[in-house]
Write a protein that binds this ligand. Structure first.
Ligand SMILES: *Cc1c(COP(=O)(O)O)cnc(C)c1O
Length: 430
């Protein structure tokens, strides 16, 4: 489904990348549970290894089931290609790997998934990389943070955990002026609610663990390339613009043009970092993508109803859902996420840390888990769990203070969820 008419999102989420299996006619994409693929002959093998022909060699690099998911996610995001990998965090490392080197830095939003803050503030230092965290609503501060060693700017369209919506276009302009790519983590929004490439993003990363799979079964990640960045415009990105010694001096950008980043992600990234998605995971995620828009519409409708109910409740201090009229991001949502502000928000409970712990313990339908984007409603007290490794200051900046819980609203009956929150808030604040 790459040529022909332009189909709508609901059609593409089911069909993009897939066709009946050529060997058997199987209508659903088979799970190609194989490690290796037989070469036609020795010349065919040599051509594959030289990247002169595209095909399947070994499942650390490519697998037909995973390839369908890659094409589907790339299509839904409006990119030219995608590489799937073993988790969202793997996707972030794989996105940065071709761009970075010792002494290079990235600029990231202060409002990010807690695990990402830890990855960027601690772990990447082991590679000699560093990160400057900046408030992305202060565009001048983002501009001022750019220096000669900056190689990327990174933010989340809908930021986890706090109901923050990033003005993607204003930061894309800063990245363009600096000659570096803007990477958007689109996990919380999904391509149904937000298409970052249309707002100027170069790369989009996903934790497919969340809404794309949709039911909490498998971990996975994806890196989508817009194909629009000129990797040879300056000397900042030698991995893409300069000869690659491990492929007989091949230059990825010159050879593969707009697909350079995607080919590099497979031929170097997966080959050498080995953060591969397995075909079983790809199968579950392909099943999930088929119903993405249906689920997201329900997540948004439920979240809107529940956020409005909570906001009027005396036991609640505030609710940070960008779909609420009281949100400072209510207008921005209409541009960045025209189909709604997602299913994720936080609220502050009167009674602080202890009340939050009691609330989490008293809920019946909501599960207390470190996940989001499930059909089930989920809750977590970020300060005692996902954001525990952060300083109090970082917790506040990330919207995860001690009195705040994060909910991922599922697709159950909204009235049942409200009744559950009502009884648990009664126990928490009595
Ligand atoms: C979960 C998540 C990640 C990390 O993904 P994993 O699949 O758990 O590695 C990154 N960013 C966001 C916004 C997430 O929600």
């Amino acid at each position: 489904m790459t040529d022909g008419p332009t189909y709508g999102f609901d059609t593409l989420q089911i069909h993009a990348g897939a066709k009946p299996d050529p060997a058997t006619g199987a209508r659903q994409t088979p799970i190609y549970q194989t490690t290796a693929y037989v070469f036609r002959d020795a010349d065919h093998a040599a051509a594959l290894f030289n990247l002169q022909e595209v095909g399947f060699i070994y499942s650390r690099l490519t697998n037909p089931t995973v390839a369908v998911l890659q094409e589907r996610i790339a299509t839904l995001e409006g990119g030219v290609g995608a590489v799937c990998c073993s988790s969202g965090h793997a996707a972030q490392i794989m996105a940065l790997f071709p761009l970075m080197g010792p002494g290079k830095n990235i600029i990231a939003s202060t409002r990010l998934y807690g695990g990402t803050v830890t990855q960027f503030s601690q772990t990447i230092k082991r590679f000699g990389w560093s990160c400057k965290f900046v408030d992305f609503d202060d565009v001048e501060a983002v501009k001022a943070a750019v220096d000669d060693d900056t190689r990327a700017i990174f933010g989340e369209a809908i930021a986890n955990p706090g109901g923050y919506i990033m003005d993607v276009r204003s930061i894309a302009d800063v990245a363009d002026a600096a000659g570096v790519p803007l990477i958007i983590d689109n996990t919380s929004a999904t391509p149904y609610l937000c298409r970052p490439i249309e707002h100027g993003a170069t790369l989009v990363v996903h934790s497919t663990t969340k809404y794309l799979t949709g039911n909490g079964t498998v971990t996975g990640g994806a890196i989508v390339d817009s194909g629009k960045f000129d990797w040879s415009a300056n000397d900042k990105f030698p991995s893409l613009s300069q000869p690659e010694p491990a492929y007989h001096g091949l230059k990825f950008h010159e050879t593969f043009g707009p697909l350079a980043f995607t080919f590099h992600g497979i031929a170097i990234g997966l080959r050498d970092l080995g953060m591969t998605m397995n075909p079983q995971a790809a199968h579950y995620t392909l099943m999930g993508t088929e119903t993405l828009s249906l689920r997201m519409d329900r997540h948004v409708a439920n979240a809107t109803k529940i956020a409005n109910w909570l906001e009027k409740d005396d036991r609640v201090d505030y609710v940070t859902y960008a779909g609420l009229e009281s949100s400072p991001y209510f207008d921005r949502v209409k541009t960045v996420c025209p189909k709604g502000a997602g299913g994720l928000f936080t609220f502050a409970v009167k009674g602080g840390y202890d009340a939050c712990v009691k609330l989490v313990n008293s809920l019946e339908i909501f599960s207390h888990v470190a996940n989001l984007g499930d059909t089930r409603s989920l809750i977590i007290h970020s300060a005692s769990t996902t954001h525990r490794q952060l300083s109090a200051e970082q917790q506040e900046a990330a919207g995860a203070g001690a009195n705040v819980v994060r909910v991922s609203i599922g697709t159950e009956d909204a009235d049942d969820l409200i009744a559950d929150l009502d009884q648990a808030l009664a126990k928490a604040t009595s």
